[in-house]
Design a protein around this ligand. Structure first.
Ligand code: AHG
Ligand code: MN
Ligand code: MN
Length: 341
């Protein structure tokens, strides 16, 4: 019989390889895993029970919060508070940081930033959605309440990042800086099992993922790159295929495996792009770099950007290294933008 390695076993084995590890990061990852199983259960039920729909309240960006967004946010907060190794969280669904004030959590070494449910506009059409997370070691002293500074660290300082896709199968993909590993949920035993060890993304891909409906709002550089992708050139495998689900998690999961570029650029309507640096871009930038790809804002590596606010948005060019580098050449020639790093 083939040997099965569960996510829990894998986390434990990886921890054993680091004698200095205390097990605290493992406990944070396990809390996220537990929440993911519960969210997956609800997502699977979404078509059956009256949980779909909106609550009539808006999130930090003034967007309507679907019920499952809210449920996912609550579940993650509860399990992270209970695990004792996390001293606070920041979430796309919360205006401010959520500081865990209980004595156990105050001793926690880590903070977690998350998009509890990404792609939520796709819930009611039964398309893949997911949870994105990012873990940092706190800067504030252990034993005290965590502070904003703990959350506003450069992406390069992440100690773990990952995502869970709720698709035809549920998958948990994460990195702690030793490669990217993917686990598929076996519903018969209720465990995520290792299915994709040390994932690598192709350096050259042939998928372009961008919301081309926004072309009228793109910069000259972005327009020129998109046009270049559509030209015929056998050697560079152009024209590329266009694939855009509208769930970042689904688009990036596909591109990570098959090779491609995902772009959410600055537009005249949203000069800083749409996606959030802390909850969406940083975790994926870390994962994609670990898989051998690249992630930039069009000018610099995303992981080197010092965040200034919790809900900061940022343009993103992410995926196969050769494709991201090429897109940056077009931006360099056609656009002039200044970003403080
Ligand atoms: P969320 O559901 O967390 O608000 O995120 C939606 C995001 C992202 O998943 C996706 O890539 C992007 O919005 C799509 O935006 P457009 O509809 O503007 O293309
Ligand atoms: Mn999102
Ligand atoms: Mn979301």
């Amino acid at each position: 019989m083939r040997e099965v390695i569960t996510l829990n076993e894998f986390i434990f084995q990886s921890q054993e390889e680091h004698p200095e590890a205390t097990g605290a990061l493992s406990s944070v990852l396990r809390a996220i895993e537990l929440s993911a199983k519960m969210i997956n259960r609800e997502v699977n039920m979404a078509g059956l029970v009256d949980i779909i729909g909106t609550m009539g309240v808006k999130n930090a960006y003034g967007e309507e919060v679907a019920k499952l967004d809210d449920f996912s946010n609550e579940i993650l907060i509860k399990s992270l508070r209970n695990c004792g190794d996390c001293c606070g969280i920041a979430s796309e669904e919360e205006q401010d940081i959520n500081i865990f004030e209980n004595e156990l959590s105050k001793k926690g070494r880590y903070v977690v930033l998350m998009d509890p449910l990404d792609g939520s506009s796709n819930i009611d059409v039964n398309v893949s959605i997911g949870t994105i997370f990012s873990v940092f070691e706190r800067i504030s002293p252990i034993g005290e309440l965590c502070t904003h500074e703990d959350f506003l660290q450069k992406g390069r300082k992440q100690v773990a990042a990952g995502y869970v896709v709720y698709g035809p199968s549920a998958m948990f993909i994460y990195t702690t800086g030793q490669g990217v590993h993917g686990f598929t949920l076996d519903p018969s035993i209720g465990e995520f099992c290792l299915s994709h060890r040390n994932m690598k993304t192709p350096w050259k891909g042939k998928i372009l993922s961008i919301n081309e409906g926004n072309t009228a709002y793109f910069s000259e550089g972005t327009k020129a790159y998109v046009n270049w992708c559509k030209e015929i050139d056998k050697e560079s495998m152009r024209p590329y295929g266009c694939r855009y689900v509208g769930s970042m998690i689904a688009d990036l999961h596909r591109n990570l495996i098959k090779g491609g570029i995902f772009i959410y650029p600055a537009t005249t309507k949203s000069p800083e792009g749409k996606l959030r640096l802390l909850y969406e871009c940083n975790p994926f930038a870390y994962l994609v770099e670990q898989a051998g790809g690249k992630a930039t804002d069009g000018q610099v590596d995303l992981l080197d950007i010092k965040p200034t606010e919790l809900h900061q948005r940022i343009p993103i060019f992410i995926g196969s290294g050769a494709m991201v580098e090429k897109s940056m050449e077009f931006l360099e020639i056609h656009d002039k933008r200044n970003v403080e790093v």
